[in-house]
Design a protein around this ligand. Structure first.
Ligand code: GDP
Ligand code: MG
Length: 278
């Protein structure tokens, strides 16, 4: 868990350079989108993402997303890995995620990321949160620092059980791009991040087509659905600048995850039933 831009995806990509697979979820495996499976002789760590933890619970959809998240955490998660970015001020956003973490009675590890950066730092603002966690680990996800310490801390606290994901069926390392849900979550995340102030919640993403092309690229056709024409205009942006930005950010993340070139064709539509796709 952690607010946007703390370095969650970077950490998973760092694991990817180690012994890990990024995969799409089997629905029965977890109710969260599986982001990565780390496996070594000690066992498996299945990393799941917690989409939809946002500051402003303004409307019905946001409330629904947040409720879903809390429910799912309580049912299916063994450990919270809570990441903070000491280079940024704590803000409302942080307090909201922390509020959710406080309600959960499972082991919690606090990860202070970006320790490769010394200044600016707001580490003091985060220090007094440390009491609420079972363990604090300082890492640099980007520069691959102290990652084994984090892995040890996680394995020490995981319950024993049989393997959940059959890693022999995964494309390693890389992403099984069959999952439309996984791809649409990434597209929606990029839309949220780029549009934060203007069109916060009235967006859904639908993946219509995934095709492996002979030249080794994966072609993906997807749509962003929104509730009103004025939102559609904002999502497209001046001369299509905004949709280009969203599309490029999504494509980049998909390429890293899939370890191959991705061509993403992303369009925007107004659709009264958009909410059904959230
Ligand atoms: P997410 O939104 O939590 O998934 O964050 P990302 O993984 O997308 O990272 C957000 C930004 O922080 C990117 O520009 C990363 O390159 C950068 N970043 C992530 N980890 C580190 C780190 O350990 N050190 C530094 N200097 N930058 C980092
Ligand atoms: Mg991310």
């Amino acid at each position: 868990m952690g607010r946007p831009n703390v370095g969650k995806s970077t950490l998973l990509n760092t694991f990817l350079g180690q012994k890990v697979s990024i995969t799409s979820p089997k629905p029965q495996t977890t109710r969260f989108p599986v982001q990565a499976v780390y496996e070594d002789t000690r066992g498996q760590i299945i990393f799941v993402d917690t989409p939809g933890i946002f500051t402003k619970v303004k409307d019905q959809v946001a409330a629904r997303i947040n409720l879903r998240t809390e429910e799912m955490i309580e049912k299916g998660i063994d450990i919270i890995v809570y990441m903070v970015d000491h280079t940024r001020q704590r803000a409302d956003e942080e307090n909201r995620v922390l509020g959710m973490v406080r309600k959960l009675h499972i082991p919690k590890i606090m990860v202070v990321n970006k320790v490769d950066i010394q200044s600016p730092t707001h580490i003091v603002q985060y220090r007094f949160m440390e009491d609420e966690f079972d363990k604090v680990v300082e890492i640099s996800a980007l520069e691959n620092k102290h990652i084994p310490i984090l892995l040890d801390a996680i394995f020490e606290r995981l319950p024993e059980g049989s393997a959940i994901v059959d890693t022999s069926t995964l494309i390693q390392p890389g992403l099984n791009l069959d999952s439309k849900t996984f791809i649409s979550e990434i597209i929606r995340e990029k839309a949220f991040l780029n549009l934060r102030r203007e069109v916060p919640y009235a967006i859904a993403a639908v993946v219509d087509e995934i095709e492996e092309r002979d030249n080794g690229t994966t072609y993906i056709k997807a749509r962003l659905l929104t509730s009103a024409d004025r939102y559609k205009g904002m999502i497209i942006g001046t001369n299509g600048a905004m949709i280009k930005e969203i599309s490029m950010a999504a494509r980049k993340e998909l390429e890293v995850a899939a370890n191959k070139k991705v061509y993403l064709e992303l369009t925007v539509e107004t659709d009264d039933h958009w909410i059904d796709y959230v």
